[in-house]
Write a protein that binds this ligand. Structure first.
Ligand code: SAM
Length: 351
């Protein structure tokens, strides 16, 4: 590790963030030694706030119907070979019941941008979930909606909203998405969500086509400035039936390196070790936790639809019952010295 890299890491630990060019240099400086130093610093910072707790979120994939045509995504509207489904409110409530009996205290409702899920339907659903499980948090991850819609869903009881920004570089955003979606609207959503009162998650795919250390540096600067409550990053993985099906996947090592940097940029952030990371590496989740992640999101969707929510090829954990999924994750987390907690797990303030 060079003296310059040491200075960059010291700057990060100082808490004031780095300049965009410095983030790019730190990304370019990645080697095994620097990754290991960053991981141990990130681990210490995370233990100071969360100890060895890893929060668990039950993920319910409510629909794979989507009006968008993102070039990387397997459920894009243009993918004619995607076998479409949407869960009914009763099916979603059954998933919550299963999750609740397994001890989960957060339900994440994720899906494509599906007009079937109107404000009316979602408000009733959120209200039903909160009345049955008043001590649980409801997280939504349903893409871009209008400010009024976000407000109605919040007033109905939704606590958190995950909306990855995908990239903080407007030209790169344009490269990843067709012209009927915009970087400006994505950003507008994120600021609306925060103003309304949601705990907000953002994030990006590591190694998405067209990305460079400079675009990643913008992502990091953006995280430093926005200070999201949650930040979902996982490697890009190609899906054969998309325009980006021929691109190589992102790297596990770069993903864990960025997880450590993000933990140091914004110590209290809730950082998932994602399914995409586990898809590229059988020990991906454990590696993510060791690098500074402190959240896992086991799948609570009905087995019959799991394979249909195929954002990318080879997605793992599509064939296990929810209880098996939880037990497997729990064992993996324990194997690296951490433990699963089922509490709501809101973001904590730094001690
Ligand atoms: N429609 C919602 C939205 O846009 O936020 C939520 C569902 S969307 C499918 C969830 C996330 O999946 C996206 O934000 C994207 O980062 C990720 N994703 C999609 N295609 C992917 C791929 N090929 N590899 C890795 N992650 C992918």
């Amino acid at each position: 590790m060079t003296g310059e890299t040491e200075r960059l890491i010291a700057g990060l630990l100082g808490g004031g963030g780095l300049a965009e060019e410095e983030y790019a240099r730190l990304i370019r400086a990645r080697d095994a030694e620097t990754a290991s130093v960053l991981a141990s610093k990130a681990d210490a910072v995370r233990r100071g706030i969360y100890g060895t707790d890893v929060y668990v979120r039950g993920l319910i994939e409510i629909s794979n119907c989507c009006k968008n045509d993102c070039f990387y995504c397997g459920i894009r509207r243009g993918n004619a070979s995607c076998d479409r489904y949407r869960l009914t409110p009763d099916e979603i409530l059954e998933c919550c019941e299963e999750g609740s009996s397994l001890g989960f205290r957060t339900f994440v409702l994720q899906g494509g941008e599906d007009g079937h899920f109107t404000d009316l339907l979602l408000c009733k659903l959120i209200d039903d979930i909160k009345s049955r499980y008043p001590d649980c948090a409801v997280t939504l991850s349903l893409g871009e909606r209008g400010r009024e819609s976000f407000r109605l869903l919040y007033d109905a009881g939704a606590d958190r909203y995950l909306l990855r920004h995908e990239t903080a570089d407007a030209a790169h955003y344009r490269y990843l998405h067709p012209a009927d979606t915009s970087y400006e609207n994505r950003m507008r959503c994120l600021y609306d969500l925060r103003e309304i009162g949601y705990q907000v998650g953002r994030g990006f795919m590591v190694g998405s086509p067209g990305g460079t250390p400079e675009t990643r540096a913008k992502d990091l600067k953006f995280i430093e400035e926005f200070k999201p409550d949650m930040c979902g990053i996982g490697p890009f993985i190609p899906h054969k039936d998309t325009p980006f099906g021929g691109f190589p996947p992102g790297s596990v090592e770069l993903t864990t390196y960025l997880l450590s940097i993000i933990r140091l940029i914004h110590p209290p952030v809730l950082l998932p070790a994602t399914t995409a990371l586990a898809t590229l590496d059988p020990r991906g989740r454990e590696k993510g936790i060791l690098a500074g992640a402190n959240v896992v999101m086991p799948n609570l969707s009905p087995l019959a639809v799991r394979k249909k929510y195929a954002l990318y090829d080879g997605k793992v954990c599509t064939g296990e019952e929810s209880a098996e999924c939880r037990d497997c994750l729990s064992a993996r987390i324990e194997s690296v010295g951490f433990h699963i907690v089922t509490a709501r797990g809101d973001v904590k303030k730094q001690k």
